[in-house]
Design a protein. Structure first.
Lengths: 150, 112, 502
């Protein structure tokens, strides 16, 4: 039980978090960008990216974590991810069909191949990551007084 | 046959929790267990005997992979379950703020 | 640009509108209103246009991403889909006009607009898809959005009702998913047309029986058939009035009745046992709903019980299996969407002006609120089956179809339920609108202009919908929808022919 309970956990946890949270974020980005080659993809990578921010909040308390990713920024990323996904799907109309894979496909098993799939993965990871972080913030921190109706 | 029956038993346990427990949070846990059981059943339907994982790489021979379609569908289903669980948990928290209890026999404003 | 490209717009437009509202709604004050109404108006125009192209071309199949069946997802537009699309989008447009004024009492309007458009995207997706798992995904989108909308005001009763509704509806979705898993393991395909042709070749068997039971339980929980109706009397009154109208008017139809019709008539193939189970459950809902509704003194709770009863009428009509029965059931589905939404909007207007929902506290409101009183009169006479409003025609056709099929017992219960509905709504009209004006009610004013506009529009549709039975309108809308259900599992052949053409 640490004395400063509002400011996060003990100093051992804070030191290890400082060393590893960047690596967790990098691992999440790796899983997102190799979604068409290895298992994973947008959703799993997005969850790992969200978990790196949640890890920061658990270890350091809510002020520093909300300083790194403010609530307005997470709402903005969420909307942007969804609209990017929809825009990519609508651009398939240039090839004639909704959601058509219209970019050049390249050769298999390279990183820059498979048309629109890596772009869709990035859009999904933005939305899922920001969404999960916002859910965590809403469920644990904000005790909002219920808004009066009339 | 045994794995399928065990999976359906897990679904029945989840349904029992939803029907008979009196605490809101235990009902949510029951739904999570039942959802987990249905996803597991979906994956087990896709199993082929002596099958390998359906990952295609340049040096693999394409023999006898398990069915890959249910794995994508179960990913979608897990996301749906996550959204439902988050919403149920948020509603349960607000109920605790208003009623000061989690017991469903005491949360009975609407009747008739 | 071919005309078939309009099909994905039914899902893309509300999704784009919902996400744009989340980005822009907090900063621009009028943006949620304008975006919501623009989107629903565009959807209404597109759905009326889709009726015309479904009439000209027959069945239109759209392969998403240019992947052929059975590798990809297909969207199918035929007579039944275009009929349901017109129903859903017409009611949604009127409700979104109503909610411009009504939601001024709630603080965060952009959340309402975004969730409303998400629910509409889910409902349109259920109607227009041709793939079974895609139907489940859109069903879940619409359901989760509706749980959040029922709990929108975060008062005590709304949260309790939302929790009960969410738990029961999630259990229903689990049954549906289990049914889809069994069907996939038996036929190893997910496309509805392909599955129908495989089931014709392989024959039914025990798996089809198990899947039918699971689907009746799952979709019955969504459509509030008795005995799966326990969430509806709590959830529909507690939601804000436009959401009650949306839930009771279109959600239980699009997710419950349409999905049962599509899966049982076109994919699995309907047997006389299935039809008699549907008819029995429909008759049970009809009688139990109206019997429990008579003793209610809360305006919206009474309307919710009547929803259960009228959905029983629809299932009774469709479960008959004869051409006249299916025609009558589908016509009653359209009529019920229109007049039940109008009734819930009326109750919302009454609550907006007087602040109460209890019938014993109201009295003589039609002298102070003329438009609300007139539209309630039209809607009550429609639901009770008074000529020449639209409810009379559809109930008459259901009873005639029952008598023609030789089911005299069901016809008797239908007439009895209709008489009890008339009694119940006479009570509502007397206590709420046409009695002496109480002193507490003497200061109420009429509702603002957008609410009056939307209620009058729905009342006009109520009066004119009887004209749907004559001539060219009949052929375009209802006959096409009935033919799709009557041809049963030959749906597969027609869809494959549609792929070769378009």
């Amino acid at each position: 039980m640490s004395r400063e309970h509002e400011q996060g956990m003990s100093i051992i946890v804070k030191t290890i978090t400082r060393l590893t949270v960047g690596l967790i974020l990098l691992y999440g980005i790796y899983i997102v960008s190799h979604g068409h080659l290895t298992p994973g993809g947008g959703f799993a990578g997005g969850v790992i990216i969200a978990l790196s921010f949640v890890h920061l909040m658990l270890a350091y308390g809510k002020d520093i974590a909300l300083h790194k990713m403010p609530r307005a920024a997470s709402a903005f990323f969420e909307g942007t991810g969804a609209l990017m996904f929809l825009a990519i799907a609508l651009l398939g109309f240039t090839g004639g069909y909704f959601f058509l894979n219209f970019l050049p496909k390249g050769e298999p098993f390279r990183l820059f191949s498979a048309g629109i799939i890596p772009l869709c993965n990035i859009a999904i990871s933005l939305k899922v990551g920001a969404g999960l972080f916002a859910i965590f913030v809403a469920l644990t921190l904000l005790k909002v007084v219920s808004e009066k109706k009339k | 046959m045994t794995p399928y029956l065990l999976c359906l038993t897990l679904f029945a346990i989840g349904l029992y929790c939803v029907l008979r427990k009196r605490n809101l949070i235990k009902m949510i846990v029951g739904i999570i267990i039942a959802e987990y059981a249905v996803n597991l059943f979906f994956i087990m339907v896709a199993y082929r005997v002596q099958g390998r994982s359906p990952i295609y790489s340049p040096e693999a021979r394409i023999t006898n992979m398990v069915d890959a379609l249910p794995q994508a569908l179960v990913l979608t289903s897990i996301v749906i379950g996550l959204a439902t669980t988050a919403l149920l948990a948020a509603i349960a928290m607000r109920i605790y703020e208003k009623y000061k209890t989690f017991d469903i026999t005491k949360i009975r404003e609407l009747r008739g | 640009m071919e005309v078939v490209n309009i099909i994905p717009l039914f899902v893309v437009l509300p999704l784009a509108g919902a996400f744009l509202i989340t980005l822009a709604g907090k900063y621009l004050k009028r943006a949620p209103d304008i975006l919501t109404n623009l989107t629903t108006f565009a959807l209404l125009a597109a759905s009326i246009f889709s009726v015309r192209i479904a009439w000209q071309h027959g069945v239109l199949v759209y392969n998403v991403g240019a992947w052929q069946i059975p590798y990809g997802i297909a969207m199918v537009l035929d007579g039944l889909s275009s009929f349901m699309l017109v129903t859903v989008n017409l009611v949604a447009f009127c409700i979104s006009v109503f909610s411009i004024d009504y939601m001024k009492k709630f603080t965060s309007k952009w959340k309402f607009g975004s969730l409303f458009l998400l629910m509409l995207a889910g409902m349109n997706g259920v109607i227009i898809t041709g793939d079974l798992f895609n139907l489940f995904v859109f069903l879940e989108i619409a359901s989760v959005a509706s749980y959040a909308l029922v709990a929108f005001g975060t008062e005590k009763e709304e949260l309790e009702a939302a929790f009960k509704y969410a738990v029961m509806s999630t259990v229903g979705s689990l049954f549906i998913l289990m049914g889809i898993v069994f069907l996939y393991s038996y036929t190893s395909t997910l496309n509805m047309a392909d599955m129908a042709s495989v089931l014709i070749q392989k024959g039914g068997g025990n798996i089809t029986l198990l899947v039918s039971v699971l689907f009746i339980m799952g979709f019955g929980l969504k459509a509030a058939l008795v005995p799966f109706h326990a969430w509806l009397p709590d959830a529909h009154p507690s939601a804000p009035a436009p959401i009650s109208a949306m839930l009771s008017g279109v959600l239980i139809k699009s997710l419950g009745v349409y999905a049962i019709c599509r899966i049982f008539f076109n994919v699995i193939g309907v047997t006389p046992e299935t039809l008699s189970i549907l008819m029995f459950l429909g008759a049970l809902s009809m009688v139990i709903g109206v019997y429990l509704a008579i003793g209610q003194w809360d305006f919206k709770r009474l309307l919710a019980y009547h929803s259960i009863s009228q959905i029983g009428y629809v299932f009774l009509g469709i479960g008959l299996g004869t051409p006249l029965g299916i025609f009558a059931g589908l016509f009653h589905l359209f009529n019920h969407s229109v007049f039940k939404s109008l009734l819930f909007l009326d109750s919302g207007a009454v609550e907006y002006s007087t602040g109460t929902r209890q019938l014993k506290e109201m009295g003589g409101l039609s002298s102070r609120m003329p438009v609300t009183g007139a539209t309630s009169l039209v809607a009550s006479m429609s639901i009770a089956g008074v000529p020449p409003f639209n409810g009379f025609w559809s109930k008459l056709l259901i009873i005639v179809a029952c008598v023609q099929a030789g089911r005299y017992g069901y016809a008797f219960w239908a007439v009895l339920a209709s008489v009890m509905t008339l009694a119940s709504f006479t009570k509502v009209l007397k206590y709420a609108f046409y009695d002496r004006l109480k002193e507490a009610m003497s200061q109420v004013k009429e509702v603002p202009v957008f609410m009056k506009l939307s209620m009058s529009a729905l009342a006009v549709v109520c009066v004119l919908a009887g004209l749907l039975l004559i001539g060219g309108w009949n052929d375009a809308l209802l006959d096409r929808a009935r033919d799709v259900l009557l041809e049963g599992t030959k749906y597969a052949v027609i869809v494959f022919k549609g792929i070769d053409l378009g």
